[in-house]
Design a protein around this ligand. Structure first.
Ligand SMILES: Cc1cc2nc3c(=O)[nH]c(=O)nc-3n(C[C@H](O)[C@H](O)[C@H](O)COP(=O)(O)O)c2cc1C
Length: 191
């Protein structure tokens, strides 16, 4: 069993990374392998609609996309984290998800029945929209998204502020608990 987290924040050790690592710690405590990826300082080009992925399960653009995408395909599930930028997910996240979703959907729905969900953080506002925006991606890819005790969002501006948001941290921990429970249930049933 393996669950990944992908951070779409350009900031090292920022709030998105802290939330994702909080989730991965919980998932690991259930005996599930985890791996953390960041899009920070990676080259992730935007989809150019070449339709090259209709010819096979890879994106022809030559950048840092492949290793992260391939790890997602191999995994049992993944969490995508984004800070809110002007009310929505970062450019890094949307560039990456546009391509990942298209390659997956053009090649037999490669993410179908994997588990996961979004995690977002903002200084003040835009979390609701950004969670909804990312959920649209998870749902159209046929993924299974467990719930939590609140929507998967937290509040923080400067690096590390998010640890002060008790309810936000609890929400992410509860989400991770549910994700680990679901992962073990699904894998157990599949044998
Ligand atoms: C370009 C930019 C746009 C932002 N837009 C918003 C916004 O729309 N709403 C908000 O509440 N915070 C906004 N923020 C603040 C970040 O969401 C906040 O600092 C967050 O904690 C950053 O997460 P990180 O530490 O993972 O990078 C913005 C920050 C930047 C740099």
């Amino acid at each position: 069993m393996k669950i990944l987290a992908v951070s779409g924040s350009p900031r090292k050790d920022g709030n998105t990374e802290r939330l994702l690592k909080t989730a991965l710690d919980i998932i690991e405590s259930h005996g599930i392998q985890t791996e953390f990826f960041s899009l920070r300082e990676k080259s992730i080009l935007t989809c150019n609609a070449c339709m090259g992925c209709e010819k096979g399960p890879r994106c022809i653009l030559d950048d840092d996309f492949d290793p992260i995408f391939n790890a997602m395909v191999e995994s049992d599930g993944f969490i995508i984290g984004s800070p809110v930028y002007f009310g929505s997910a970062t450019g890094e996240v949307t560039a990456f998800l546009d391509r990942a979703g298209y390659v997956a959907r053009k090649n037999g729905n490669l993410f179908s029945r994997k588990i996961g969900g979004p995690v977002v953080v903002a200084r003040r506002a835009g979390q609701n929209f950004t969670v909804a925006q990312l959920l649209m991606w998870f749902m159209i890819n046929g993924m299974v998204v467990p719930g939590s005790s609140y929507w998967n969002m937290a509040i923080g501006k400067q690096k590390g502020d998010v640890v002060e948001d008790e309810e936000g941290i609890k929400t992410i921990k509860d989400f991770a608990e549910n994700l680990a429970w679901l992962c073990k249930l699904i894998k157990g049933k599949q044998g």
